[in-house]
Every structure is written in structure tokens, then in C-alpha cells.
Ligand binder design. Structure first.
Ligand code: GLU
Length: 485
């Protein structure tokens, strides 16, 4: 156990927490918990235009809902705060001044038009657009003249020539980048705000981060960050870049593939443990065949060496399967509590849920719990318990009430219902059996018309589950409506 492990989740608050971000947070969290180390949450809000407190709240709420807590950071405090980058600007300014003084960074006065012209030059040569160094060797006079023109200035890092920058990635092995392919990049923008690549290095260093686990989309930033570590003479942390998450059509996961924010899954009645279980399998593979894990089991089993290099595919059927497993295992009260808002929204529940009503709702939920992939689906299954007016779902259903035996079956069934003091699953089973015997009819001839008369459907949950949930009053009302007795 290496309890000195310090990892971080460093979201940019430019939108809600998405599947990819949640997976990064989870992998970091598991690593910290697995090693008995520390998890830090830091807010990277240097994109002033796109960052918002609302997104920050959403991200933090989603982390908490998922059960991913942190030891240090935003809202929690700690020795290395503040934990929002816009509150740490002095740190970056000081470091930038040091790099300027050492000649490792310089002021650049290029205008947007000049930069665009450079990009054109690169494209014309078939090269990747990069800064070609117009301001690399300005004299004091040049600078005074440009300042006098009132030009805005940024600070650029002076990228060393002809170097191979090797990212020793814990998932991907050594990934080599040529410094010549990387133009001098901006570390402080003209408004004095640092860029991501600069702020992230200083913060990871000052917060003593030992492992940076993040999405593959950041791999190309890592050589830029490594150059800064070198220039600042700081030992870099270890890096692990986790592969992209693709949709089933193998393109990068996006809204087109369905919901991507954690909040959207929460609001459809997915369970946090199920999402965690699903997320961990997006890139990590367990040793055995088992795919359902508690958080404790994951903490014990997780390791970076079982994180795959190839992309993970987001399969919503698998998520539904996993979530269904967790719903089935949950106490009925939990699913009932989650179901109530959906039932309300569907107009099935009006007014207060009294204790009696709650007990009844639990029976309703229990009857469909094993069929739910996510709780919002409940409204598709429980109409039969709430609808005031029963509609025949098909020709087949209507036909089932037209047999010659039907009046006799219905009358006998009604009589039993009137006579039974307390209608339970147990005595309903016995009652239905007795009915077939007394009427001397095959099971189907008895069960089908009863089912159709009570629900309007030819298929569904077991009759002995449906009947006690409907209860005497509702059964008599339905018989009156559907078969006129
Ligand atoms: N703020 C970055 C993001 O949200 C974090 C990248 C990193 O983990 O270094 O993508």
C-alpha cells in the first residue's frame, strides 16, 4: 500500500458532468481508495466565458450522487487551496514571470490576422498549424514599438528545438512527440488568465499530485505539460490516459448516442451503484467473468494495469441490463420512493401519499420491479392499477370476453371476490384453482377472461399478483365496466 498516492479530478465547469468525466473521476477515486491515498477535486475555470457556477454545482452534485467523495479540494478545503483556478491567479503570474526572466517564455504581440496568416502558411506546406515564432527574438526596441502601438500581448512558452518528448504512459507505454511539431504555445492570455496547459502543471505540482489519470483527448497536451515541468525543474507526476468512449457506431460518444450527462441518467431512475458498475467496465476489465461489483469489491480489484488501450464502447443495453440487476436487488421501498415522482408525473398519483397508499404502492412496485431497466419505465407497466377506464388493447382481448362461458366465469369470479374477506396473493391462487374446478373449465378459459376483464390485456404479471393489488373495490368497478355485472 502506497498511501502517498495523490490523485485529482479537475473538471472544467463548462457543462454538466458527463459519462467520460465521471469515468475519469471514478478511476482516480478507485486508485486513491485502493492505495489508501488522497483524492483531490479542483475546478479548472480558466475559460471565463464558458465556465459557470451552475456547471460546477452540477458536477459536484453528480460526483456526490455517484458516491465519489474527495479528501481535499473545492467545498472541502485543505492545505493547498484555493481549489478554483481563478482564485489562484497570483501563482500562475509569478511562475510566468520566472519563465520570462529565464528566457524560457516571451511576450508575443501577434494579432489574430497575423496568426491566421501563419496558419495558412503551415496548411499550404501540409503541416499542422502552429506558431512559427514571429515574436521569438524581439529586441527591446521591437517590444517598445509594439507596446506603443497599443497591441495586446500574450506570454508564450519557448519550446526547445529538436527534442523528443516522451510521455511514459501507464496505460499506453512510451508515446513520443517531437518538439519541432509543437509551436511555442500560449501560457498566459492577454487578459492575464493562464491557459489550461500552464495552470494544470503548477496546480498538479503544488498539490503534490502523484498520478494524473484522464481521458485520451488530453494525451496531446501532455508533452506541452512535460516541457513546462522540465523548465520549472519540477518532477512530473505519472500519467495514465484512459481511452476514448465511443458510441455503438464507433464514433466519439456524443448527444446523438443518447443521454451523456450523469444527471440525465439520474433523472430517468438509474441507480448510482449501477452507473458506477457500468462506468468502470468502460476501459477496465476484471480478472474473472463476473461483471457485477460492489464499490468495495471495485476498490479492492481496480488497478491501472487492467485498463485497456483500445476505445471503450458505450452500450446502453448493457447499462440497462446492469441497472436492472441493481433494481431487482434493491429493497422495494427504495424503488417505490424513486417511482413516486414518475407516477405523479404520469397523473397516476394525485395528492398526498398516505401510509396506506404507500403500502399499496409498494405492492404495485413489487409486481413490476423485476421488469424495470430504469425506474422511469414503471409508468409503462402499471397503468392497469391506475386507469379509471379499461380499454381493450387488441382484437384478441375483446374476443376473449365474447366466449359463451364468459358470463358464467365472471359471475362466479365476482361472487368469490365479494366473499373473500382479505384478498391476498395466497388465497387468490387457491381461489382461482377452486374456480376452475367448480366451473369444470380449463385454466385458460377461466384466467384469460378474468385477466382481460380486469386489465384489458391478454398478457402481463401473474393474476394472483394483480388481483390483490387491485383490491375488491377496483375489481368490482372494472367488472361493471368491462362485462357489465
Ligand atoms: N480541466 C480538464 C478537463 O476538464 C482536466 C484535464 C486534466 O485532467 O488534466 O478536461
Amino acid at each position: 500500500m502506497d498511501s502517498s498516492v495523490r490523485v485529482r479530478f479537475a473538471p472544467s465547469p463548462t457543462g454538466p458532468l458527463h459519462i467520460g468525466g465521471a469515468r475519469s473521476a471514478l478511476f482516480n477515486w478507485l486508485l486513491a481508495r485502493n492505495y489508501g491515498g488522497q483524492m483531490i477535486v479542483r475546478i479548472e475555470d480558466t475559460d471565463l466565458e464558458r465556465s459557470s457556477l451552475e456547471s460546477e454545482e452540477n458536477i459536484l452534485d453528480s460526483l456526490i450522487w455517484l458516491g465519489l467523495d474527495w479528501d481535499e479540494g473545492i467545498k472541502k478545503g485543505g492545505e493547498n487551496g484555493p481549489y478554483r483556478q481563478t482564485e489562484r491567479l497570483n501563482t500562475y503570474t509569478d511562475a510566468a514571470q520566472k519563465l520570462l526572466a529565464a528566457g524560457q517564455a516571451y511576450y508575443c504581440y501577434c494579432t489574430e490576422e497575423e496568426l491566421e496568416a501563419e496558419r495558412q502558411v503551415c496548411s499550404a506546406k501540409g503541416e499542422l498549424p502552429r506558431y512559427l515564432g514571429r515574436c521569438r527574438s524581439l529586441t527591446d526596441e521591437d517590444r517598445s514599438r509594439l507596446e506603443a502601438e497599443g497591441r495586446k500581448k500574450v506570454i508564450r512558452f519557448r519550446v526547445p528545438d529538436n527534442e523528443d518528448i516522451v510521455v511514459k504512459d501507464l496505460v499506453r507505454g512510451d508515446v513520443v512527440f517531437e518538439s519541432n511539431g509543437i509551436g511555442d504555445y500560449v501560457i498566459v492570455k492577454s487578459d492575464g488568465i493562464p491557459t489550461y496547459n500552464f495552470a494544470v502543471v503548477l496546480d498538479d505540482a503544488l498539490m503534490d499530485i502523484t498520478h494524473v489519470v484522464r481521458g485520451e483527448e488530453h494525451l496531446s497536451n501532455t508533452p506541452r505539460q512535460l516541457m513546462l515541468y522540465e523548465a520549472l525543474r519540477i518532477t512530473p507526476p505519472s500519467f495514465a490516459h484512459v481511452s476514448l468512449i465511443l458510441g455503438r457506431d464507433r464514433t466519439k460518444m456524443s448527444k446523438r448516442h443518447g443521454a451523456t450527462s450523469i444527471e440525465a441518467y439520474k433523472s430517468q431512475g438509474y441507480l448510482p451503484e449501477a452507473l458506477i458498475n457500468f462506468l468502470v467496465l468502460l476501459g477496465w476489465s476484471p480478472v474473472g467473468e463476473e461483471e457485477i461489483f460492489t464499490l468495495e469489491e471495485l476498490v479492492e480489484q481496480f488497478s491501472l494495469d487492467r485498463v485497456a488501450k483500445n476505445p471503450a464502447v458505450f452500450d446502453s443495453d448493457k447499462l440497462n441490463w446492469i441497472n436492472g440487476q441493481y433494481i431487482r436487488k434493491s429493497p422495494v421501498e427504495r424503488i417505490t420512493d424513486l417511482a413516486i415522482p414518475f407516477l405523479r408525473e404520469a397523473g397516476y398519483i394525485k395528492g398526498e401519499v398516505t401510509p396506506d397508499k404507500y403500502e399499496w404502492l409498494k405492492m404495485v412496485v413489487a409486481s413490476v420491479q423485476e421488469h424495470l431497466a430504469f425506474v422511469a419505465q414503471i409508468t409503462d407497466h402499471v397503468g392497469i392499477y391506475f386507469d379509471d377506464c379499461i380499454q381493450m388493447e387488441s382484437e384478441e382481448a375483446s374476443a376473449a370476453l365474447k366466449d359463451d362461458d364468459v358470463p358464467q366465469v365472471m359471475a362466479a369470479f365476482r361472487q368469490k371476490i365479494v366473499e373473500t374477506e382479505e384478498i391476498t396473493s395466497e388465497n387468490t391462487k387457491a381461489m382461482l384453482k377452486a374456480l376452475t374446478k367448480e366451473l369444470k373449465l380449463g385454466g385458460k378459459k377461466v384466467y384469460m377472461p378474468i385477466r382481460v376483464a380486469l386489465t384489458g390485456k391478454t398478457h402481463g404479471a401473474e393474476l394472483y399478483d394483480i388481483i390483490p393489488i387491485l383490491g375488491r373495490e377496483m375489481i368490482l368497478a372494472r367488472l361493471a365496466q368491462t362485462v357489465g355485472i
